[in-house]
Every structure is written in C-alpha cells, then in structure tokens.
Design a protein around this ligand. Structure first.
Ligand code: TRP
Length: 351
C-alpha cells in the first residue's frame, strides 16, 4: 500500500526532475494555475506562487492563469465584490510581472467549453474518490458550510481548468496535490476509454519556505495575518505593528517557541535576501519594536515597485478590462478546440 507521504515523496521527485528539464526544453511545457478571486493577493501568494509563474513565463513556457470565479461559490452564498476582486486580481498579476502578451489570464465563467468538460469528467470518478479528498474535507470543515455539490466536485472542475489547455505542469502548494492526483486519474481514464487526448499533468512544488502570516500560522486573509500587495505603506506598518510578538527583548529565530518573532524575521529575510539568523543577530536586544521597524521598511521597500506599477494600472481601468476580454477570447478558442477533440474521441459528432 502506498501511504500519503510516499506519494508526496514521489510528487517531490517528479517535480524536481521537471524543474531541471524546464530550462532545457521550455517548449514542452504548458503551465496552468490560478486563484480564487475572494480578496486581494498578499505576500504569501507572491512568494508562494506568483513569483514562480513570472519566472516560468519569462523562461518561454506556455502559461495560462485562471481566475477561478466558480470556485468562489463552492463554500459561500454570495458573489458580492466579485467584479472588484477579479479586476484587482488582474491588476495584482500585471503589477507583479505577468505579461498578458505571453500569459493568458481568463475567468471560468467566460469559457463555456471548459465548463462542459465537467460532464464527461464526472463520469470518470466515483463518489468514494470524491469523498475522500482531504483538501475538500478540510475546506468544508473550515467554512462551517454544508458540503455543496460544487465543493465536492470542484477538484474535477479544476481538472477541466488544467486539461482544457492540455496543461502539463501546475505550480501548487502541498494542499493542492490531491487535486493534481485527481486530474491525473481523470486524464488517464479518459485516454484509456476514448483514446489519447490529454496529458497527465505534474504538480510543481515550490522550494521557497512557506511565508508565515504575522502570527506564524499560514498567511491567509481569513486569519487577518496577511500583508496585501495593494496595502499602502501606512497600512503595512499598522498590520506589522499589531502583530503579536512576546516579552523577551533579545531577538532570536525560533519558529517553535517564538512563532510571532520568527514570522517577522522570515518576512524580512524574504524581502532582503538575508537570513533570519543574521537579521536577528543585528537587532539583538533592541527588542520587537526595532524588529518591527526593520520588517516594515524591508517589506515596503520590496513592494515599492509593485505598488507603483499597481497605481499606474489602477488609472487605466479600460486596459484591465481589455486584458481580461482578450484572455477570455483566447481561452475560448483553446477550449472550443479541445471540446471538439473530446466529442470526436467520444464519437459524439453528429452533423
Ligand atoms: N484551487 C486553487 C486555489 O484555491 C485555485 C485554482 C483553480 C487552481 N483552478 C486551478 C490551481 C487549477 C491550480 C490549477 O488556490
């Protein structure tokens, strides 16, 4: 029997092999990944995945990003603010270096043929497989909401996101690995039943340390421990100032026992390229006030060019709409072609 940690090791190994090949054969890879438009992107997103997407794009890999608007309603009852969230997500991407000439940015809801893949794909998975997805389970528990049909089946919808454009690499965090396994299974079963149409995609695991939120837990808007890319310098100073440290004056890096202090050190380390230990030694017994001041300056300096570009983009709302319309148009072309192949493979072409 393979345990989950065996399969994690296998994913890690395959991910490392692909990482090495990407630079040599960029033309062999199509990246698809995405985000739910539930709020602003924060530094956790940036260091966790956005920075890597930009690098893949610039290395000549074919790149596509889905703004996963249908995933917003997996566990909530409203689409309030979705317009604003989608527009700001496009602004965040562009400000971070995503180039719409190279990378297609699109939304689920604008690409009918992508969504139609859901029907044949649902026939390829069992109820038991859907119910045992650990990420779905924990999301359902965290939301305190009933398990909706869409939450239960969204990993299959995510397979549609990846496979409509024949994505073969998906940069993801660990929590998304079960979904990649699900996608691989769907691709394999489809190909076995109907002939080869889809690649079996691989997850690319990020090497960057997971950026902690300001309290040492994972950075997440819902924990209130996140620094948004779009925050002002003053807002950034305020959240950092509010973050919880401890009463010990001497600053040391100790994740286990001093999560707050250590999270601040990691944040500054990511922004300055220095190590946590080095920064801690410099602050020494100047205490958490001095540490917070240093973190605030490092974060604001690091984000300054992104925020500057953000402000420029905010003043061009028509351009942002154009980027999205063009992305949706191109995604529809690809999705229509793939759906035609699927119909052909399934002998469902009648006229
Ligand atoms: N579920 C992902 C998240 O919450 C977003 C997403 C949607 C995605 N479709 C995807 C990620 C396809 C990778 C591939 O972050």
């Amino acid at each position: 029997m393979t345990t989950r940690s065996d399969s994690f090791e296998a994913s890690r190994r395959r991910s490392d092999e692909i990482q090495a090949d990407l630079a040599v054969h960029p033309q062999n890879y199509t990246m698809l990944t995405g985000d739910r438009p539930t709020g602003r992107l924060h530094m956790g997103h940036y260091f966790g995945t956005i920075r890597e997407r930009v690098a893949l794009q610039n290395a000549g890999i074919t790149t596509r990003i889905v703004i996963a608007d249908y995933q917003v309603i997996t566990d909530r009852d409203t689409t309030a603010n979705i317009q604003d969230n989608v527009r700001n997500m496009v602004i965040d991407y562009l400000a971070c270096g995503i180039d719409p000439e190279k990378t297609i940015i699109f939304t689920h809801s604008a690409v009918p043929a992508l969504n139609q893949l859901m029907l044949p794909f649902l026939s390829l998975v069992s109820e038991a497989e859907l119910l045992r997805n650990p990420t779905v389970k924990s999301e359902q528990e965290a939301s305190g909401h009933a398990l909706t049909g869409l939450l239960l089946t969204y990993p299959v919808h995510q397979a549609c996101d990846i496979l409509f454009c024949k994505g073969n690499i998906v940069p993801v965090g660990k929590d998304q690995l079960p979904h990649i396994e699900q996608t691989r299974l769907i691709a394999r079963r489809f190909n076995e039943r109907y002939g080869r149409v889809f690649p079996e995609p691989e997850g690319i695991l990020n090497d960057a340390p997971e950026i902690p939120g300001l309290d040492g837990r994972k950075m997440s808007k819902s924990y209130g421990n996140a620094i948004s890319l779009s925050a002002t310098d003053e807002e950034t100073a305020k959240v950092i100032k509010k973050s919880k440290t401890d009463s010990e004056r001497l600053i040391t890096f100790d994740k286990e026992n001093r999560p707050g202090v250590s999270a601040l050190l990691t944040t500054a380390a990511l922004c300055t390229g220095r190590t946590e230990v080095d920064i801690a030694a410099e602050i020494a017994d100047a205490g958490s006030g001095a540490l917070k001041k240093y973190v605030t300056e490092s974060v604001n300096a690091y984000l300054a060019p992104i925020r500057e570009r953000r402000r420029e983009l905010e003043s061009q709302p028509d351009y942002i709409v154009d980027v999205l319309c063009e992305g949706n148009r191109r995604a529809n072309e690809i999705a229509n072609a793939t759906l035609a192949e699927v119909r052909e493979a399934m002998s469902m072409v009648y006229c």
